[in-house]
Write a protein that binds this ligand. Structure first.
Ligand SMILES: [Mg+2]
Length: 265
């Protein structure tokens, strides 16, 4: 152990992978106690990774949003987004991208040295949540895919939680393009391999926990990787949600606020 700036630096106890929407916040409102819980976990010596299927923000914006909403900030916390997973996958295989998505996705693809194009020279189509979606975009993306461009989805979440209930997610837009093109996408977000690969690169210590609200993404990734799966009830899952055995959580908590005491057991 070494002392630096009055703090003890040491090998982390392990890594806690947090989903964001429905776990740390819902819309712009923090889950009560989220900031306090994150600070306690960080100070206890866990490495924190935020892993979100939201494709609309850059990693820097994700961290800013967490701080604005919960007050939590840490120089050691990492971020993985489905946009980063799509960029990593696409940049290893393609050069020119037609994007159906928002500015955060475009910036993340550009940061991975992909060229964003609006014409038929695209060799892949990357689709994420796009709240400016139009018939014309669905049409053009589908024509590119039918013409041989690869079809990459940041994620296939049908919805995301809001204060007024579920809103259409990237999966709703991906489905429209899959239907029109007759081609199934390669999905990059949780629980799929491109995202899992990026999360693995950020792990510290031996123990890994995943905290999520969505069984088929968060808990499926944890189960697939052999990590502890924790379900919180502040997002899309309710008491009546059916959970298949391969998505079953090891622990169910009312909210992230209960996590520090579970970890210290
Ligand atoms: Mg969620």
């Amino acid at each position: 152990m070494t002392q630096t700036d009055g703090k003890t630096s040491r090998e982390p106890l392990g890594t806690i992978v947090f989903d964001l929407d429905g776990v740390v916040y819902v819309d712009a409102r923090a889950v009560p106690g989220a900031g306090t819980a994150l600070s306690a976990i960080d100070e206890a010596g866990w490495h924190i990774v935020f892993a979100t299927n939201n494709s609309t923000r850059t990693p820097a914006t994700v961290l800013e949003n967490i701080e604005v909403r919960t007050g939590f900030t840490s120089p050691t916390a990492d971020v993985v987004t489905s946009a980063m997973a799509a960029a990593s996958w696409a940049s290893a295989r393609h050069k020119r991208v037609f994007v159906v998505g928002e500015p955060g996705l475009v910036q993340t693809l550009e940061a991975a040295d992909l060229e964003i194009v609006q014409d038929t020279t695209a060799d892949c189509v990357v689709v994420g949540l796009d709240r400016g979606i139009s018939y014309e975009k669905i049409d053009f993306a589908s024509r590119l895919i039918r013409g041989g461009a690869s079809f990459i989805a940041t994620n296939t979440d049908a919805t995301f939680p809001t204060q007024t209930g579920p809103a259409p997610g990237a999966g709703s837009i991906v489905s429209a393009i899959a239907t029109a093109s007759g081609v199934d996408p390669l999905a990059c977000g949780k629980p799929h391999v491109p995202m899992l690969t990026l999360v693995r690169e950020m792990l510290r210590g031996d123990s890994v926990w995943v905290i999520g609200d969505r069984p088929e993404t968060d808990l499926a990734m944890a189960r697939r990787a052999g990590w502890h799966a924790v379900l919180v009830m502040t997002g899309v899952t309710t008491a009546s949600t059916e959970i298949t055995p391969d998505h079953a959580p090891h622990h169910v908590l009312a909210s992230i606020a209960e996590l520090p005491s579970l970890l210290s057991e």
